[in-house]
Design a protein around this ligand. Sequence first.
Ligand code: TXA
Ligand code: MG
Length: 359
Amino acid sequence: MKTEIEKLNLEAIDDKIIAKAAAIIRDGGLVAFPTETVYGLGADAMQASAAKKIYEAKGRPSDNPLIVHIADVSALRNLTDEVPGKAVKLAKAFWPGPLTMIVKKSAAVPYETTGGMDTVAVRMPNHPVALALIAASGTYIAAPSANTSGRPSPTTAEHVMTDLNEKIPLILDGGSVGIGIESTIIDLTEETPMILRPGYITQEMLEEVIGEVHVDPGLIASDSLQKPKAPGMKYRHYAPKADLTVVTGEKKDVIGTINYLSHTGISQGKKIGIIATDETAGEYRCGDVISIGAREDEDAIARHLYGILRKFDDLDVDTIYSESFESEGLGQAIMNRLLKAAGHHVLQAVQEKKMKAYD
Ligand code: TXA
Ligand code: MG
């Protein structure tokens, strides 16, 4: 199957292109489209056979449920029989936006969409192309991130093309996404709502609107015996091809340790990639160094992370060393994705004094 890319001008969205994409969705086909978080791979959420095609194209395990995207809050009433009061409050505060809510599913939602679960994940994305497509399709759109399973989520149409060329008929190209990491997922079926995946909407922001919110304990401990509650969070997602190690510690120790390890690796014939920040990029002496942005600019760090992991795939590096980031606020989501990409491989930087002994 030939994969077509249609470029859209976000200021003046071409209705004809949207109508073509909506027709594919209604016919049970797949369309990749931009959202404000990452690109999604969409199909009609209410057609069991359409949702199945998503799993095939991505090579995704079919027990991993999909997020249903809506263009109007009233759609919640068709997807669940009991709209929780907290869902209404959160929708008012954060929709359209990077928040996914889990509620009990209504009979209308096929089990193929929910990976066999009795709950459904719902989100109203804040992107003009996504909203136009959902509205024009006259249905709701199930969409996981538009990457091959196990690869970093796509933040440009080119990333989608790399992974899904010849597997889907159409990609809507809306340029680079704004946020760059997937939505926050909150489970509202629990007595106390629980964050199953951290994202741009933080625990503090949620608590301001609905009071106490827990964080899935399976997310925090890397070696926890506790399984994450979102089935997708248990897989080694977001993985680059190279081995990735996150180095923590004082700035100068981190630079010293990464320089030492990179030098050692290169002398053994390895190709090394380094994820640096604007403040440190000039201090690395070897390897392919890419800055993820200024350390205090968490929005930029989130936006650049997946693209950099893909860039290192293109450069065919064997090993990547990354600096570590604060894990408060948006930093919690950034570190969650980075540590998952690293398979939780973390190294404490060696202090400079001790480092001298190696010289
Ligand atoms: O930002 C996003 O959320 C993007 C864009 C395209 O909207 N979508 C996305 O979808 O990240 P995906 O499929 O890559 O991740 C969905 C996550 C998975 O970890 C899945 O297990 C979890 O949501 N999930 C979906 N439905 C669930 C449910 N009923 N109960 C628990 N977890 C659920
Ligand atoms: Mg995904």
